[in-house]
Design a protein around this ligand. Structure first.
Ligand code: ADP
Length: 448
């Protein structure tokens, strides 16, 4: 096992990894930009090292700075968290070239799954059901129009390198295709340096269901059920739960096995998430994330496992500490993402926290790097806290979420906390009867 690991990230996810390391008796090294000198992850780690100025490209994304930090501190492995360098295959290669261990999948798996066209082809060959659409990339408007005809509108044009909801455009008719095709290509080019796009049938009432998978890199892999992340704004998740309100045990076992078998086939190592749209009882693969997800705590809650501990174990060459039979869903967990944003426009709202009180009690988990007097810098993601609640069943989890939101105090800045208080009053949230378009529609009506 490693003696010391470096966490190439910040905020709540850096804390999450430090906590797992500490429980395993592993020393942790935090890295930080000059804007984060007072950040909680810097205070909580065993050692901290400044790696550059506020701009992420010169700090959290600076590969030479991070490798140097490992060399200076003697860290043997790097946990990338999510975002930043977590899905950067070139980074993984460099880490390995320096005789360090990347706590995550291989560069090759990251590369394959990071290109959505290749990912889809790979998954289809592995027997995973995919959204109907173009076979591979679509280079010209003429071809795009042909595919629109063939599959019928609406269709969605997606940048192969896309992520975070960028590089996706819906075309509802041949007329709309022209601008949608050009925009998706342009967004792919400007955000990800790659203008290649592909086309899929646009599903009108699906749920977003994702399967947590985990592999040991030696041909063994398991699934840890699903998360329903259908409540989205601008294709970004806002509220996640496990198990999915629309998924029964037989469905979970069926799709879970398909995913676990696919990961065993490719010798996948570490945590991964296979994302699907789910409509009329059918699953359609959309993409795979080769890293820990923001919403992993709901899975940890219902399966009673520590996914970060497990990532560190398999990276160190140890076997997984559970088998598929050990993994049984217990109860229900919900996560809400709290952002430093001002409603109704969700405009970023960094600034100084004048008062902070985290909720507690049975079944409440708060993953956050906030503290009284902390100043949220304006340079990074606006996620400031994840409130995760757990109950014996969905109604109990919802009641607990309501209670915990009542206890939570974040003063000094605007946050999305009121959004969740409002959401909990909704019938569709209480019954779990929502799809990927529900939240946008509700937001338009509630915060006009
Ligand atoms: P990103 O990598 O940007 O997160 P994804 O491919 O994971 O993009 O899609 C994000 C979200 O976009 C999905 O959760 C869903 O809400 C919507 N979406 C993607 N593909 C489709 C589709 N074929 N039909 C309808 N909605 C889609």
């Amino acid at each position: 096992m490693f003696d010391k690991i470096l966490i190439a990230n910040r905020g709540e996810i850096a804390l999450r990894v430090i906590r797992a390391a500490r429980e395993m008796g592993i020393q942790s090294v935090a890295v930080h930009s000059t804007a984060d000198s007072d950040a909680m992850h810097v205070r909580m780690a065993d050692e901290a090292i400044c790696i550059g100025p506020p701009s992420a490209t010169q700090s959290y994304l600076s590969i030479p700075a991070i490798i140097s930090a490992c060399e200076i501190t003697g860290a043997q492995a790097i946990h990338p968290g999510y975002g930043f360098l977590s899905e950067n295959a070139a980074f993984v290669q460099i880490v390995e070239d320096h005789d360090l261990t990347f706590i995550g999948p291989t560069a090759e798996h990251i590369r394959v799954m990071g290109d959505k066209i290749t990912a889809k082809e790979t998954m289809r060959k592995l027997g995973v059901p995919c959204v109907p659409g173009s076979e591979g990339g679509v280079d010209t408007l003429e071809d795009a129009l042909k595919i629109g005809e063939e599959f019928g509108y609406p269709v969605i044009i997606k940048a192969t390198a896309g992520g975070g909801g960028k590089g996706m455009k819906v075309a509802r008719s041949a007329d709309e295709m022209k601008s949608a095709f050009q925009t998706a290509r342009a967004e792919g080019k400007s955000n990800f340096g790659n203008s290649d796009v592909y086309i899929e049938k646009y599903l009108t009432t699906p749920r977003h269901i994702e399967i947590q998978v985990f592999g040991d890199g030696k041909g063994r892999a398991v699934h840890l059920g699903e998360r329903d992340c259908s409540l989205q704004r601008r294709h970004q998740k806002v509220f996640e739960e496990a198990p999915g309100p629309a998924i029964d045990a037989a469905t979970r076992a069926r799709i879970g096995k398909i995913c676990a078998d696919a990961m065993a086939d490719i010798n996948y190592i570490g945590a991964g998430t296979i994302e699907f749209l789910f409509e009329d009882g059918e699953f359609y693969f959309i993409e795979m994330n080769t890293r820990l997800q923001v919403e992993h705590p709901v899975t940890e809650g219902v399966f009673g496992v520590d996914l970060v501990r497990e990532q560190i174990r398999v990276a160190a060459g140890l076997p997984m500490s559970f088998t598929q039979d050990d993994l049984q869903v217990q109860g229900h967990a919900i996560e809400v993402r709290i952002n430093a944003e001002k409603l109704p426009n969700f405009s970023p709202c960094p600034g100084k926290i004048t008062q902070f009180h985290a909720p507690g009690g049975l079944g409440v988990r708060m993953d956050s790097a906030l503290y009284d007097g902390y100043s949220i810098p304006p340079y990074y993601d606006s996620l400031i806290a994840k409130l995760i609640v757990q109950g014996r069943d969905r109604p109990e989890a919802l009641a607990r979420l309501h209670r915990a939101l009542g206890e939570l105090i974040v003063d000094g800045i605007d946050t999305t906390i009121p959004l969740f208080r409002d959401l909990l009053r909704e019938e569709a949230i209480q019954t779990g009867d929502y799809n990927i378009h529900w939240l946008e529609k509700w937001l338009a009506e509630t915060y006009p």
